[in-house]
Write a protein that binds this ligand. Structure first.
Ligand code: MG
Length: 258
C-alpha cells in the first residue's frame, strides 16, 4: 500500500494511492496514519491534481548511515566500517517531492546521494533483529544531500549533512515491500549517475534498525537512511535530481542557489 501526504492548497492530508500508473487516485484517509487507524473518508482526488509533500516529517530525527555500500566506500577512498557508521540529520532538513534543494552558502561542492529510507511506525528501543519488521511502517526514497567540502573540513557531519533541504523524502510510503533486492537509481537531468541494488548493503535493514535502536529510542515517524551506492557527484543550480527505487517510485527535486 502506498500512503501519500499531500495538499490541494489547504492543510496537509493523507491518502492511499490507488490505480494504474498515469491514472492514480488518492483515497483520502482521516488523521495521520502513523498515529491512528487508516479510515477512508470516501473522498478521492486525482494524483495529478495534488502537490505531494514529504510522506513523513520526523518528530525527532533522521538517522543516517555512512559508507554502507562497498563500492561507495571505495570511491570515498576507504574501506567499509566494521560497524554501521551513524550520524543525524535534523527534521528541519526534510523536504518533499519537487521542493527545491537550496545549496547552502557555505559550500561549493554539494553532492546527491540516492538512498532507501526506512520509516519507523512505533516507539521502540533495543529491537532484536527478528522483531525489526514489527517496528517499520514503510519505505520511501531519500536523497542524503551532502556538502562534501564541509564534510571534509568540519570533522563532524552536522553542517555538511544537516543543512535545510538536505533530506528530500518521497514520493510516498510503500508499506508492503521486501527491500532485500531492489534496484536503486539516481538521475541527474535524466542521465543515470547511480545504479545500485539494496542487495549490496553492507549492513542490511534489520541490522541497521536493530543497531540504531540500541543507541536511540526510535519514535513513530523517525527515518533511517541506509546509505548510498557508488556514483555520487556534484549538483548545480538549475539541475534536477531524481532517486528511483524499484517498488516505491521516483523522488525528484530541482537544485537552486539563493
Ligand atoms: Mg548517505
Amino acid at each position: 500500500m502506498r500512503i501519500a501526504r499531500f495538499t490541494t492548497g489547504e492543510d496537509p492530508r493523507y491518502g492511499i494511492v490507488e490505480g494504474e500508473p498515469g491514472a492514480e487516485q488518492i483515497n483520502v484517509v482521516g488523521g495521520d496514519p502513523l498515529y491512528s487507524a487508516l479510515t477512508p473518508t470516501g473522498a478521492k482526488v486525482p494524483l495529478d491534481e495534488v502537490r505531494l509533500l514529504a510522506p513523513v516529517i520526523p518528530r525527532s530525527k533522521v538517522v543516517g548511515i555512512g559508507k554502507n555500500y562497498a563500492d561507495h566506500a571505495a570511491e570515498m577512498g576507504g574501506e567499509v566500517p566494521e560497524a554501521p557508521l551513524v550520524f543525524l540529520k535534523p527534521n528541519t532538513a526534510v523536504i518533499g517531492p519537487d521542493d527545491p534543494i537550496v545549496l547552502p552558502s557555505f559550500s561549493e561542492e554539494v553532492h546527491y546521494e540516492g538512498e532507501l529510507a526506512v520509516v519507523i511506525g512505533r516507539i521502540c528501543k533495543d529491537v532484536p533483529r527478528e522483531r525489526v519488521k514489527d517496528v517499520i511502517v514503510g519505505y520511501t526514497c531519500a536523497n542524503d544531500v551532502t556538502a562534501r567540502d564541509a564534510q571534509r573540513t568540519d570533522g563532524q557531519w552536522a553542517r555538511a549533512k544537516g543543512f535545510d533541504s538536505s533530506c528530500p523524502l518521497g514520493p510516498w510510503l510503500e508499506t508492503e515491500l521486501d527491500v532485500a533486492n531492489l534496484r536503486l537509481r539516481t538521475r541527474l537531468d535524466g542521465l543515470t549517475v547511480q545504479d545500485g541494488n539494496t542487495a549490496d548493503l553492507v549492513f542490511d535493514v534489520p541490522e541497521l534498525v536493530s543497531y540504531v535502536s540500541r543507541a536511540f529510542t526510535l519514535l513513530p515517524g523517525d527515518v533511517i537512511l541506509t546509505g548510498t551506492p557508488a556514483g555520487v557527484g556534484p549538483i548545480q543550480p538549475g539541475q534536477r535530481v531524481e532517486v528511483e527505487i524499484e517498488g516505491i517510485g521516483t523522488l525528484g527535486n530541482q537544485v537552486v542557489r539563493r
